[in-house]
Design a protein around this ligand. Structure first.
Ligand code: G1P
Length: 293
């Protein structure tokens, strides 16, 4: 069994272009689109911090500076709010930069998720680390990454978040071949990236949360391009299986897919319905709907 270590770092691949949201994302990163009152990326960082991670590593690319500014101090804004006696707002703004320690590495070419994780090697090597794909906002207590870290503490190795998907959806995800070992935990035997249903080994899909052993970097270095001509993280984890244990965990929580316009709209509505105040706004807007023109 691999030695378990503290999972103190979490890597966020955020170099993607966000073409699905154009024109909204022409000048701002898709991760900065709001979900109610916070940018989508804020939810992922909150999850990592609540899971015990103290270092947040963003793998960024061109046009993503708004993310860096968001998690940095904003002295002018803080002073302005203070001068207007808006101390609550000042504290709220300041606390964002105190959530964790933030660092940034660049992914200079969009060569796939495996390549993005490899870009984080210098910061993450030598210890197990979390990976959060922030398009999926996960609502859960304990936080979903924290659930994976608990599995890692018990079993060691790498751990992937799993969710059962419909037959039509196997071609959208990495799909695992796995044996249950109890209480939502599976021992992964094999995995394949975005298979058509006829080639899917199961309907258990990998969702955007991982705890990865540092051994992943060796596999990422040896990787050849896979599905879609990209360097696939799924292929590197499959190669890792020959040397180390990889576990899957059917997480407990709700996934809000904010990676498409439809998903984002659905997520916004669901979140709004959770809070009595915004719920009322949604309900009265629905009554009004159709009468706007
Ligand atoms: C990535 C992974 C895939 C995983 C998915 C979860 O795909 O490659 O294995 O199932 O995230 O969202 P992407 O959505 O980046 O194409």
């Amino acid at each position: 069994m691999t030695t378990q270590m503290q999972v103190s770092k979490c890597l966020f691949p955020v170099a993607g272009l966000g073409t699905r949201f154009l024109p909204a994302t022409k000048e701002i990163p898709k991760e900065m689109l709001p979900l109610i009152d916070k940018p989508i990326i804020h939810y992922g960082v909150e999850e990592a911090v609540r899971s015990g991670c103290k270092d947040i590593v963003f793998v960024t690319g061109r046009g993503k500076r708004a993310i860096e500014d968001y998690f940095d101090r904003s002295w002018e804004l803080e002073q302005l709010l203070e001068a207007r006696d808006k101390f609550d707002l000042r504290d709220m703004v300041r606390d964002i930069s105190h959530m964790a320690r933030f660092s940034y590495v660049r992914q200079c070419e969009p060569l796939g998720l495996g390549h993005a994780v490899l870009c984080g090697e210098q910061v993450c090597e030598g210890e197990p680390f979390g990976v959060i794909l922030p398009d999926d906002v996960m609502l859960g207590t304990p936080p979903v990454l924290g659930q994976l870290i608990s599995v890692h503490r018990t079993f060691g190795g790498s751990v992937l978040a799993l969710q059962e998907v419909t037959p039509e959806d196997t071609s959208r995800y990495g799909i695992v071949d796995a044996d249950p070992v109890g209480e939502g935990v599976y021992r992964i035997r094999n995995m394949v990236e975005k298979p058509p249903l006829s080639q899917a080994p199961s309907r258990l899909a990998i969702m955007g949360r991982y705890v990865l052993s540092p051994g992943i970097f060796r596999e990422l270095h040896d990787l050849n391009p896979g599905a879609g001509g990209e360097y696939q993280l799924t292929d590197a984890i499959r190669a890792l299986l020959d040397k180390e244990s990889v576990w899957g965990f059917v997480y407990r929580g709700k996934r809000l897919d904010c990676g498409t316009k439809a998903g984002w709209l659905r997520a916004t509505t669901i979140m709004a319905m959770e809070d009595p105040e915004t719920r009322q706004i949604v309900l009265s807007a629905l009554e009004e709907g159709g009468n706007v023109r």
